[in-house]
Write a protein that binds this ligand. Sequence first.
Ligand code: DSN
Length: 418
Amino acid sequence: MHIKQIDPDITKYLEAELNRQREGLEMIPSENFTSRAVLEALGSVATNKYAEGYPGRRYYGGCEFIDKIEQLAIDRAKELFDAEHVNVQPLSGAPANIAVYEALLEPGDTVLGMDLSHGGHLTHGHPVTQSAHIYNFIRYKTNTEGVIDLDNLRKMALEHKPKMILVGYSAYSREIDFEAVKAIANEVGALTMADIAHIAGLIAGGVMKNPVPIFDVVTTTTHKSLRGPRGGMILCKKQFAKAVNKAVFPGLQGGPHENVIAAKAIAFKEALSPEFKVYAAQIKANAKALEVVFIENGYNIMFGKTENHLLLVDVMSSKNVTGQQAEEALDKAGITVNKNMIPDDPRSPFDPSGIRFGTPALTTRGMREEEMKQIAGWMHEAIINHEDDAKLAAIREDVKQLTARFPLYEGLSYERGE
Ligand code: DSN
């Protein structure tokens, strides 16, 4: 029986979510639209199988096909990122990061990681996380020009003698000089870890630097710019393979989600295609096109500029509108972004000074610079008219007309059962 017969309530909400995705402009930089093939694998029979262990070494019978699926995912990820070893089992980015800490650190070890408000991530040592209770995270920041100050990072590394230096960010819009960070780490005998969750698709597409051949260990999610299923992955040098695998299973996780791993394998195959290189380049070009209009309209762009897929904009200092007000107004206009802290934000995380937005999802729909210009203009109008519901509703109509020209999941309907 089809989902619509079994559960009309869930069907109704899935259809509503499908329409929301279709009719709106999805600009949260960590979101994307997977291919139908990836969706199909997620809903496949592979979800039924327990397969604790690794290909060829499982604790359950009947894994002969699951082994092939997981091995394909591993082999494709190795090729895509030029990796010596890959673990495709982490359930998402946070568990992948925790598994690396478990694999390579002892309780109390010192880690240098980026401050959250400067573009870092909660799992990079924010005091609210469990990892911060176990390890000694010391957080570095960007400088007044908005870039990672490598001289300061070196000074901090010499002072604190970290066991690991961690780079990779969720709101930082600049390239990362992995070689320079590696040189600092070598000087103090530290391990190197990069979390490339946001930029994995740009790296796979060859338009950003790849830390995998340089760093000891790299983590990522697979559902952001990489456009795969919601999940995580660890890539590392051979010497850390055993410790990483042991930390993921049995250290932290049980049975791997093999339907997700099948979907990861498909996404990696897609990312290995020549079309994906074009896609990755367009993501960057689209972010630049947004930036141009935001600068023209007098916005304060954090970190100086964008060199990847995202922008962090200080709407408070630019237009005296809070991040929360901007997010709400844009939502009403059919444009989804997220409010975000700016470096050393004086405001609270619930109503910060900034908004963060990006282009992976819009680029998947086929939108290019021309559409970005139009969208950036609407965003500006929505922000400065954030109290004018009629204006926001009018923009929403324009958004609907635009998105109708860029179909999403054509033919898919949960209510019609197609
Ligand atoms: N929640 C993700 C993001 O939006 O960047 C990071 O985990």
